[in-house]
Design a protein around this ligand. Structure first.
Ligand SMILES: Cc1ncc(COP(=O)(O)O)c(C=O)c1O
Length: 427
């Protein structure tokens, strides 16, 4: 049998990995042209009034998503915050997954609303619709759904619940730009779709975000929160919101030059996502006969865009080998593997101590809070269990060309480590 790299043997993964973010030659060309244009056209440097390259990008992005209303923002977090501000007020509740990047829930807290956590589906790791209704109270205003890792949640079932209880649905698509369910883009099912085109995301121009809304009314309310009065003034003219035109806003607009890059990257988002999927599918197929690592599950009709590949570690298939020993051996073979959500959001200190940045314990201690909020171990057992079995592997989010030879090396590395499980147990 071959010798493990961690024991001095040869490393399995020796092909170069992909880099991310990545600019194409065409990105560089359009970037240079935009800088040149900025010498005489202010809309390349000033986003306050809208228009210019930002508007071009917005129109393309909306058409790509199949959405009617929306605008670009400086970050995905901006879109989430604005959506939460429109959807709920102080002391009101938004249901949310505890298994996400913190900002999914952070946006709820920024609106001084209260996150109420619902457990996740063990297969897709997204909000479990079967667990939602139990958590709805007369304070619930919205359901925040994250499509984690780029894997679409069961949004149709969630929309049916939201309609029954008259709740808003906010989709956090920061990791899922371009993902679809039955051919429809995520972010267009709910009332709000929030996207990121920040540096690590599936389409990137350095930093950026986008909000789409289902109705014009939500769009106007969101614009009043996050856009400059020079722009939102034009949008709400002649509507009942006109009197609220004001500079009491968040400065959430993006840089127009980033929009130029975003617009160019959008053209190849589908192609990049198709390669991510091809490489990841190849990996999932290869995992089928390797013990210890269970491939990701994708719902029927859904198209995952593999911002990350999160598998499940199954120590029972490897004689109980602790994950840390497994990942250390894999790392030595040249394959990085890590845990993305080590601790569910509600078990972290800000929630446990009711200290979200400053103040006096708000939103939990806000006079508008209807009850006492406690977050404790056992609240969402499936999410808590992920801390023990998550196995995010490789660089799938950056694989926007054919990387199957590298993926084959990943598989060889995993197989090799699995075959040496007994030996590693004895270490
Ligand atoms: C699930 C999720 N939501 C929101 C965000 C925030 O996006 P941004 O960094 O563009 O603000 C991220 C960023 O990593 C994310 O992964």
């Amino acid at each position: 049998m071959t010798k493990l790299a961690i024991h001095g043997g040869e490393k399995t993964v020796n092909l170069a990995g992909p880099v991310w973010p990545r600019l194409s030659d065409e990105d560089v060309e359009v970037g240079k042209a935009a800088l040149e244009a900025a010498k005489t056209d202010g809309s390349y440097l000033c986003a306050a009034g809208g228009g210019g390259p930002m508007e071009v990008f917005e129109q393309h992005f909306l058409a790509y998503q199949g959405a009617q209303y929306g605008f670009a923002l400086g970050a995905g977090g901006h879109a989430l915050h604005v959506a939460c501000m429109v959807a709920a007020g102080p002391g009101e509740e938004i249901l949310c997954s505890p298994y996400s990047w913190g900002q999914t829930a952070g946006a709820i807290l920024e609106a001084n609303a209260i996150p109420v956590y619902v457990d996740i589906d063990p297969d897709t790791l997204n909000l479990d619709p079967r667990k939602i209704e139990d958590k709805i109270t007369d304070q619930t205003r919205a359901i925040m759904v994250v499509h984690i890792y780029g894997n679409p949640a069961d949004i149709k079932a969630i929309m049916a619940i939201a309609e029954k209880y008259n709740l808003y649905v906010i989709e956090d698509c920061a990791q899922a730009n371009g993902a679809t369910i039955d051919g429809q883009r995520v972010g267009t099912f709910g009332h709000f779709g929030c996207y990121s085109w920040g540096s690590g995301k599936n389409m990137s121009a350095g930093e950026g975000g986008f909000l789409v809304t289902k109705t014009e009314d939500l769009y106007l309310q969101a614009a009043l929160c996050g856009l400059h009065p020079g722009r939102h003034g034009k949008m709400v003219a002649g509507t009942p919101y006109e009197k609220y035109v004001d500079s009491l806003i968040y400065t959430y607009r993006p840089h127009p030059l980033a929009c130029v890059l975003g617009d160019n990257q959008l053209k190849r988002l589908d192609e990049m996502n198709a390669w991510r999927r091809a490489n990841a599918d190849h990996f999932s197929e290869g995992l089928a006969d390797i013990p210890g690592v269970k491939p990701v599950q994708v719902r029927e009709g859904a198209e995952h865009v593999y911002h990350m590949y999160c598998a499940t570690y199954v120590p029972e298939e490897l004689g109980g080998l602790p994950r840390e020993k497994f990942t250390a051996a894999l790392g030595a073979e040249g394959l990085g593997a890590w845990v993305y959500v080590g601790t569910p959001i509600y078990l972290r200190p800000r929630h446990q101590e009711h200290k979200f940045f400053f103040g006096k314990g708000c939103p939990w201690e806000c006079p508008f809070a209807a009850r006492k909020y406690e977050y404790k171990k056992g609240d969402c057992p499936v999410a808590e269990h992920r801390a023990d079995v998550d196995l995010v592997v490789g660089a799938f989010g950056a694989m926007v060309e054919d990387y199957r030879p590298l993926v084959d090396q990943y598989l060889m590395a995993i197989r090799k480590v699995a075959e040496h499980a007994d030996e590693l147990m004895a270490d």
